[in-house]
Write a new protein. Sequence first.
Length: 414
Amino acid sequence: MPAHTAIYTDNNSSKTELAKKILKGAAPEPLAFLNGKRGVFFSNTSLGAFLEAEARYDLSGLNLGNRTLKSLSSGERKKALLLHLFQQNPDFMILDDLFNNLDQASRQALKSELKSRANRILLLQFLSRAEDLLPYIEQRAQLSGSRIIGFPNYTPPSPGTLLEVYKRELPPAPVPEVSLPDVLIEFRNVDLSYQSSRILHKINWRIEKGDFWELRGPNGSGKTSLITMIIGDNPKAYGTELYLFGTRKGSGESVWDIKEKIGYFTPALTDRFRGNHSAEAMLISGLLDSVGLYTKPTDQQRLLAGRWLELLGLSDLGNVLFGKLSQGHQRLLMCARAMIKHPPVLILDEPTAGLDESSAALLIALVRKMAAESQTAIIFVSHRKEPGLQASKVLELRPGDEGSRGIIHYTDQT
């Protein structure tokens, strides 16, 4: 059997087109050894199609027994798809960013599952982060645009942390800071459960002005539940001792009162955006709490957006449609959009998911700069320990029988 192979990709690689060619039996050199063989494709896109089928028809098409795909954790979903693909007895399997959004335990479970079958099926791994390389890969190459280079002994360069890449000062807030208490958010012995499932147990967490937090925890530990309680999207927050900007949750504040004080970004916001707006317009829309710009901007708004574009090194792309930008540039802009008003709290939920090494390092450098040069309290959520992030405080969720407890670490990286 030919050797297992890894293809390193970046956010400009034409990996979807390459996968289609390979599956049609038209693999280019040096992957021509796949031609004439039957393959299957594992990707987040194909997993999403099963989720959509389940939402529409109450049947995903995967063999899950009495469970639904929606009820499974991210790791369980990916394992279910892998097993479904293995049942088709293919000659080879293309794995596209297999470990995105997975904790270490879920990663190890998938690695073990693949290793048990690696002597019977050829694996072609697409990956954007070097740490995700399967240990039994024997050949490596890079996909540069649509060209395969460096085969079979490609070694990816280390991008470093790029901490000095942003030379300009952080643009100022468009309006003076509103008067708020030093403690912006506080959880006091907060429990959370859904029916018989206990999610959080006695969470005590205080977020103050200028804090820089990293929120860690395995899949299913309650990170998303914590975030939705803060941003007002979780009705379970009512009745708990959760204080937002000096007011106990449920004391008469509206969801919009809360949301206007919080900047929030998750890659799903970018994935759902389909409008024809320029990079400049997307930045300005952050001032108006809309995704896309639907009114004529003022001169002051355009000036502020211009300063952010200069900081990001994207001044030449201000008039380019947002959808035409690279994924890395889109993420930088959306993080800047969430920060443009200098909100009291900025939540970045898995902002580096799916990014290549260099794009992730650029985004981490931007987050570090925003934390150092503002009074905004930043909460960075990720399954991956990002080099160079150096948040000063960490809330780690550790699952238990009664729900996840919160363990606080101080990293002395201020």
